[in-house]
Design a protein around this ligand. Structure first.
Ligand code: GLC
Length: 549
């Protein structure tokens, strides 16, 4: 296994509009991040993944880019970005940008031109199908509800948008489009950025027959079999690697909706020269029911563990995993996988210990280091997220039980992860002196960074210790992995080992005490844990222990 800086590092993900406002306009900005670099560095992380900060009409909070070379004035413009990059490099921190190349904004000048006429030189930058206004070319649904096609009267055609109507899909079949993207990538890499997280990159190669999706196919399968992993995906990624990525010592992580065990290894195979890592979603779609995300089913814990084991095995010989439990698109990890009530502290600590002891590069999402929790609004009006709002409208139109649906929104809305960072217990949690763009979680008065800085037992201090523990032990980075109790309904227990020895890690994912499994051998040499050490043969609720021999 080749060693790399990006395998050994830990990533901190920032959702800039919710991180720190420095101007009082209610929106986080780049100067706010610069002001918090001491804090970020104090966590012991090595890289920051910055969600999009480019110019954008913000139909999807920056994932709709109207100028790929400009930083939005909302965030401080290009000069602020240059200052951030310099300040980070001065501290030895690396910066990963978000590259949104499956689609642009409809306000990008390419699309503004493209929509004018079929003869326009930019027309072929997007995906068009002729037709009549009342019958879209096929039954494809947007990820954000409704048809994936929008009528364009000027050319009497539809264009494809797998996300919102303001996010038209780019036509990667067109070599000029690919060259444009490579030039953009080169522009930022030449400036010194250290890599990219590539948004929904698994979707860039379309199945050109544009056949209808089979009726009744669950959306997860549509994603996997129809939208993602298209016929030229590996060719395009390999080309991007050859043309631009390989010229720099950088890291790439591709967001991979629909990337499964069959396709995943190829994306990250060192030999195939495409990407370094992908984010697969097998463990985060685990509670999606037949009707998708807003039709949740109980989490199958045995399956959850199996997903980690299968992916570890699939990438053990060639490739590398990314280890994450949430981001700006999912619920808060302690609310989803832990217990955000009675065992808030214990379970938040358990989750970071899980992240830091699996094989792969770990990603920490802002606010998880203090155990930020989901938000529960009484009415849909308080939600901002376009995905949530569209899903709501679609559910209403379909005559669903909307009280039930609101519960699903509480559980799954992306706004759970987008409430502002809770810095202190004062006005607006220290996030802004103005009116925040999205409501704060009211628990900021007690759950915040300042309070946790003061408390040596806090989740925040435990994150620091756990990140340091991982970084001090390369066995936890590169060592082999084996699940020791795959069928256990409450315990996640595994061994990580290499020539230097073994770590035996055990997590109790339950509110009850659980006995140590018989075959879990070492019982005395505990080196780390989220409770004061005792050698009892029972694990306390949400207890995590690491033994070494
Ligand atoms: C990715 C982003 C998400 C965005 C979508 C469309 O999934 O993480 O926030 O809405 O792509 O760009």
């Amino acid at each position: 296994m080749a060693k790399n800086w990006w395998k050994e590092g830990v990533v901190y993900q920032i959702y800039p509009r919710s991180f720190q406002d420095s101007t009082g306009n209610g929106l986080g900005d780049i100067q706010g991040i610069i002001d918090r670099l001491d804090y970020i560095q104090s966590l012991g992380v090595d890289m920051i993944w910055l969600c999009p900060v480019y110019e954008s009409p913000n139909d999807d909070n920056g994932y709709d880019i109207s100028d790929y070379r400009k930083i939005s004035a909302d965030f401080g413009g290009n000069p602020a970005f240059d200052r951030l990059l310099e300040a980070m490099h001065a501290r030895g921190l690396k910066l990963l940008m978000d590259l949104v190349a499956n689609h642009s904004s409809d306000e990008h000048h390419w699309f503004q031109q493209a929509q004018k006429s079929r003869e326009n030189p930019y027309h072929d930058y997007y995906i068009w199908k002729s037709g009549t206004p009342d019958s879209p070319p096929n039954n494809w649904q947007s990820v954000f509800s409704g048809s994936a096609w929008k009528w364009n009267a000027a050319t009497e055609e539809y264009f494809l948008h797998l996300y919102t109507q303001k996010q038209p899909d780019l036509n990667w079949e067109n070599p000029k489009v690919r060259q444009e993207i490579y030039d953009i990538v080169d522009f930022w890499l030449a400036k010194g950025v250290d890599g990219f997280r590539m948004d929904v990159i698994s979707l860039i190669s379309k199945r050109l027959e544009f056949a209808d999706t089979p009726q009744e196919m669950p959306f997860i399968d549509v994603m996997e079999q129809i939208y993602a992993n298209g016929p030229r995906i590996h060719e395009f990624l390999n080309e991007m690697n050859r043309e631009v990525l390989s010229q720099y010592d950088i890291v790439t992580v591709g967001e991979g909706p629909g990337v499964n065990l069959e396709h995943g290894p190829r994306y990250v195979s060192a030999a195939a020269k495409e990407l370094d890592m992908v984010f697969h979603f097998d463990h985060l779609t685990i509670d999606f029911g037949p009707d998708g995300k807003y039709d949740p089913v109980p989490l199958d814990f045995v399956r959850f563990k199996e997903i980690f084991s299968q992916w570890d095995a699939a990438l053990a010989a060639d490739g590398w995993n990314s280890i994450f439990l949430g981001n700006h698109d999912f619920s808060r990890i302690v609310s989803r996988f832990g217990n955000d009530g009675q065992y808030h502290q214990e379970s938040a600590k358990l989750l970071v210990l899980l992240l830091m002891t699996l094989r792969g590069t770990p990603y920490v999402y802002q606010g998880d280091e203090i155990g930020m929790t989901n938000i529960t609004h009484d009415s849909i009006e308080a939600y901002d997220d376009v995905e949530t709002r569209n899903a709501w409208k679609a559910a209403e139109a379909a005559g669903k039980d909307m009280d039930q649906f609101l519960k699903a929104v509480h559980w799954q809305s992306r706004d759970n992860a987008r409430t502002p960072m809770q810095w202190n217990g004062e006005n607006n949690a220290g996030f802004t002196s103005g009116t925040p763009w999205i409501p704060l979680n009211p628990n900021y008065t007690t759950l915040n960074v300042s309070a946790q800085e003061e408390d040596p037992q806090s989740i925040l201090h435990f994150y620091r210790k756990t990140i340091a523990f991982r970084k001090a032990n390369p066995t936890l980075v590169y060592g082999d992995y084996q699940d020791l109790a795959p069928d256990d309904l409450h315990l996640f227990a595994y061994r990580r080992w290499d020539a230097n020895g073994s770590f035996w890690v055990i997590h109790n994912f339950s509110d009850q005490q659980q006995p140590l499994p018989e075959h879990f051998k070492p019982q005395t040499n505990q080196v780390f844990g989220n409770y004061p050490t005792d050698h009892a043969l029972k694990l306390r609720p949400w207890e995590s222990r690491v033994y070494k021999d």
